[in-house]
Design a protein around this ligand. Structure first.
Ligand SMILES: Cc1ncc(COP(=O)(O)O)c(C=O)c1O
Ligand SMILES: N[C@@H](CCCC[NH3+])C(=O)O
Length: 439
């Protein structure tokens, strides 16, 4: 078993996370169950922050809460001194309920509504990342009507194609996100924004994609942006005080993945920014990053109970679990790969290769193809690793399956941070049919 954070095997042969026996947790909270190894999240957060400190760089590490947003998670981010990237009114609302310091909230998204922007002004958040001309005009209008200053970053697309799944690429020219750096739109946006009386342009933002293993995409983006900033300094007398290079740092889901240590991405980015700013005799900007997956991804483990087992002789053995694409849509959406073990007998020898089927009515609802396991029987517990990012946050009620609870574990303690959805929850927005029967 690849070791993830505090995951260990105890003397009973059970998986233990955060010093707590997973079999006991499953008995207490039921399955499916999302667990988070809080110590690992803290370690990752500190790793990023310490890298900046060690290199003497003024920085903000903003947790991209789309990876996993909840009141407790945002409070944990605040405990660790992170900033927060929110991407909707819902995430902003959650941050407010979590008591997250507003000055460290950054608001993203490619189509923020007027209501969402008003909410950001009401809360007086740290900055809005303006994605397009429509948003820029809205921010200008709202700030003028309220006579309220707002800091912004301009999201730009640098024209970089990072190596990752097409659906999670964002830095290329043909993208729904941001102002293009190469076709003049980024400059047009800057010229427009700096003339606005209540808009304070802090700098630029770029995010080239997600689950990226190489640093070249980031350093190429930094190089391109700083080249452009040097030109703007000369021609437009604009100096960027902030350079936000987004998130996207890849993690290890399976043995096929070979990511760098999270801090290594940051070190290379910093070096490149230092090199380029020195080359153009510019001040070093503050560097902001927005990791989501690399802060919480491998801290999450989902526990399922195995149910029906279907053997198609000489073809495949399907082992079904009590969750599926409703709690983890990533395999269906991106053909994402995961590793898993039987949490109730981790040390048992591998005896067969099976495929883990979800319980949703879709042939594509397969969580893992060809997983080596001990002979799985009904009632075993399957622990699927690395489900902390974009698992719960993309969970849904397909087939009216209630969403599982989320439990944080640390130092031998387990705390529910999101309770299990009930059938009652599922129908709480439903209203009865209010139309008469037609003959
Ligand atoms: C603007 C922005 N910032 C940060 C992130 C976080 O990315 P990741 O979870 O890959 O670190 C995303 C998602 O890809 C994003 O769109
Ligand atoms: N949801 C995606 C990543 C998208 C990141 C958000 N821009 C995933 O699960 O990998």
């Amino acid at each position: 078993m690849h070791t993830y954070g505090t995951a260990a095997v105890n003397t009973r042969g059970h998986l233990e996370i955060g010093g707590v026996d997973v079999v006991e947790l499953a008995a207490k909270y039921g399955t499916p169950l999302y667990l988070y190894d809080v110590a690992l999240i803290r370690e990752r957060a500190r790793g990023f922050k310490q890298t900046f400190d060690k290199m003497g760089i003024t920085a903000q590490v903003a947790y991209a809460s789309k990876a996993f947003a909840s009141v407790a998670m945002m409070q944990l981010a605040e405990q660790e001194g992170l900033s927060l990237d929110v991407v909707s009114g819902g995430e902003l609302y959650t941050a407010q309920k979590a008591g997250f310091p507003v000055e460290r909230i950054h608001f993203h998204g490619n189509n923020k509504s007027r209501e969402e922007l008003e909410m950001a002004f009401d809360a007086n958040i740290g900055c809005i990342v303006a994605d397009n001309f429509h948003e820029l005009a809205l921010i200008d209008e709202i700030s003028q009507s309220r006579r309220q200053k707002m800091s912004i970053l301009l999201r730009i697309t640098p024209g970089i194609e990072a190596h990752t799944h097409d659906y999670i690429l964002t830095g290329q020219e043909d993208s729904k996100f941001g102002f293009d750096l190469n076709n003049g739109q980024a400059e047009e946006a800057l010229v427009t924004a700096i003339e606005k009386p209540f808009i304070n342009v802090l700098g630029l933002h770029c995010h080239i994609g997600s689950q990226i293993f190489e640093t070249t995409g980031f350093t190429m983006a930094a190089e391109k942006i700083i080249g452009k900033l040097a030109d703007w300094k000369e021609r437009l007398a604009f100096e960027s005080t902030v350079l936000n290079l987004g998130g996207g740092f890849g993690i290890r889901y399976t043995a096929e993945d070979d990511p760098l240590e999270p801090a290594a991405y940051v070190e290379e980015i910093i070096r490149k920014v230092q090199e380029e700013t020195e080359r153009f005799d510019m001040n070093m900007p503050e560097i902001w990053i927005e990791p989501g997956r690399s802060l919480v991804g491998d801290a999450g483990v989902t526990i399922y109970e195995t149910g029906s087992v279907k053997d198609v002789p000489n073809v495949r053995k399907y082992v079904a679990i009590d969750g599926g694409m409703s709690d983890n849509i990533r395999p269906a959406l991106y053909e994402a790969k995961y590793e898993a073990v039987l949490a109730n007998r981790v040390n048992d020898p591998v005896e067969e290769v099976v495929s883990i089927a979800g319980k949703c009515c879709e042939s594509g609802d397969m969580l893992i193809w060809d997983l080596p396991l001990p002979k799985a029987a009904t009632g075993d517990l399957l622990a699927m690793f690395c489900t902390g990012a974009y698992g719960y946050s993309m969970a849904n009620n397909y087939n009216r399956i209630p969403r599982p609870p989320v439990v944080f574990v640390e130092n031998g303690e387990a705390k529910v941070v999101i309770r299990r959805e009930t059938y009652e929850d599922l129908i709480k927005l439903d209203l009865p049919l209010q139309l008469p029967q037609m003959n």
